[in-house]
Write a protein that binds this ligand. Structure first.
Ligand code: GTP
Ligand code: MG
Length: 386
């Protein structure tokens, strides 16, 4: 009997219809038919881009993981340079909380911060990526953890598509009364593709209908086997609502961070990634920047993506103005001339003139590639008409 189609495939990049057909274990004719109904006229030897491959696979209910980002990611993640090596200091872990809708991501973060973010949000839904700094005392030592709160994973996807690697550890929240859901699976594949270690927080264990062992069982199907069952994944039962077991979760995060070798050189101009950005009517462009190497200071001249800026003010997660932001810290920055995109890299320059020139050069390149894309789109629609 022929092998059944796979549930997921991992691809490196573009490939031909023929190659895709054999990978998906469907006939070439079927692939071509699916493309046809999507308005794409294709032949057997035609090369399909990653996005098109995803389109076809999704139609067949097959998940696509791209390994191609890793090379790009490695390039972008090269936040450290050889000149930094003699000046490395430990930096706090940057942790992303992921999970299915309503499984308690915001509540968990909220409980950890001991603040009341979830209640204050419009409709209880996270509207933007927030970055929060948490102080943890352990064995008399002070540690810090930086948390990113992701909305639905869209921003994470956008950042990963651009090759940005901002997270050191992923905390996967799974509600004990609801189990593994589509976005749980999506989160696992994001974290795995980015090679980020996963810690599972089995939440809502206070509920009568909680079945933590069932959640563990379900997770094993996705390659996450709990340590107590002989696997390698740390799973912590918690209740965000009743603030249960949060200390253990934080302890586990620090434990994983310890073996991850997280270092940066604070004694150099800052470099990092734009986590979020928007245009504020009163304050102009506002960007949340995650510093991944160096120290960011008020007055610094920077380029974020294709945007030039001079740091006019920096505000931390508590709304306090700060003068500096060291590695792993995220701050809201005022003073950019335009709004950069989430996932853009930023870098501080010593010379304003060259910073402006770089920003302008990149903006021109972006305009160029947008024009080229539009031209390709026009050509494709003309081809499918003929
Ligand atoms: P989105 O941002 O919309 O994806 O949701 P979320 O994952 O951030 O979930 P949120 O924290 O908003 O919580 C969803 C609901 O679950 C809320 O009604 C919370 O009060 C409830 N909840 C969260 N954690 C717990 C918990 O530990 N126990 C119980 N019983 N309820 C919880
Ligand atoms: Mg939320």
């Amino acid at each position: 009997a022929p092998e059944p189609p796979p549930e997921r495939i991992t691809i490196e990049g573009a490939m031909s219809v023929q190659e895709l057909a054999s990978l998906l274990r469907h006939s070439e004719a079927e692939i071509i038919k699916i493309l046809f109904f999507k308005g794409i006229a294709a032949t057997i030897n035609q090369t399909l881009e990653v996005e098109t491959i995803e389109l076809v696979a999704n139609e067949l209910g097959i998940t696509v993981e791209t390994a191609s980002h890793s090379a790009e990611a490695a390039k972008v993640t090269e936040m450290l340079e050889s000149s930094d090596l003699d000046h490395l200091q430990r930096r706090p872990p940057v942790v992303t909380i992921m999970g299915h809708v309503d499984h308690g991501k915001t509540s968990l973060l909220d409980a950890i911060r001991n603040a009341k973010v979830a209640q204050g949000e419009a409709g209880g839904i996270t509207q933007h990526i927030g970055a929060y700094h948490v102080d943890v005392e352990q064995n008399g030592e002070k540690h810090q953890i930086v948390f990113l709160d992701t909305p639905g994973h869209e921003a994470f996807t956008a950042m990963r598509a651009r090759g940005a690697r901002v997270t050191d550890i992923a905390v996967l929240v799974v509600a004990a009364d609801d189990g593994v859901q589509p976005q749980t699976i999506e989160a696992i594949s994001h974290a795995k593709a980015a090679k980020v270690p996963i810690i599972v927080a089995i939440n809502k264990i206070d509920k009568e209908s909680a079945q933590p062992d069932r959640v563990k069982q379900e997770l094993t199907e996705f390659g996450l086997v709990p340590e107590e069952w002989g696997g390698e994944t740390i799973m912590v039962p918690v209740s965000a609502l009743q603030q249960q077991n949060l200390d253990t979760l934080l302890e586990m995060i620090l434990l994983v961070a310890e073996v991850e070798d997280l270092y940066a050189n604070p004694d150099r101009p800052a470099k990092g990634t734009v986590i979020e950005a928007h245009l504020d009517r009163a304050r102009g462009p506002v960007a949340t920047l995650l510093v991944q190497n160096g120290t960011l200071r008020v007055g610094d001249i920077l380029v974020a993506g294709a945007c030039f800026g001079k740091v006019r003010a920096m505000i931390d997660d508590r709304g306090q103005r700060v003068e500096t932001a060291s590695p792993s810290f995220a701050v809201e920055v005022l003073g950019l001339a335009e709004v950069p995109a989430a996932g853009d890299e930023f870098e501080v320059f010593s010379d304003e003139k060259s910073a402006r020139a770089i920003a302008e050069e990149r903006a021109a390149a972006q305009r160029q590639s947008r024009l080229a894309q539009a031209a390709t789109a026009r050509r494709v629609s003309l081809t499918s008409l003929s």
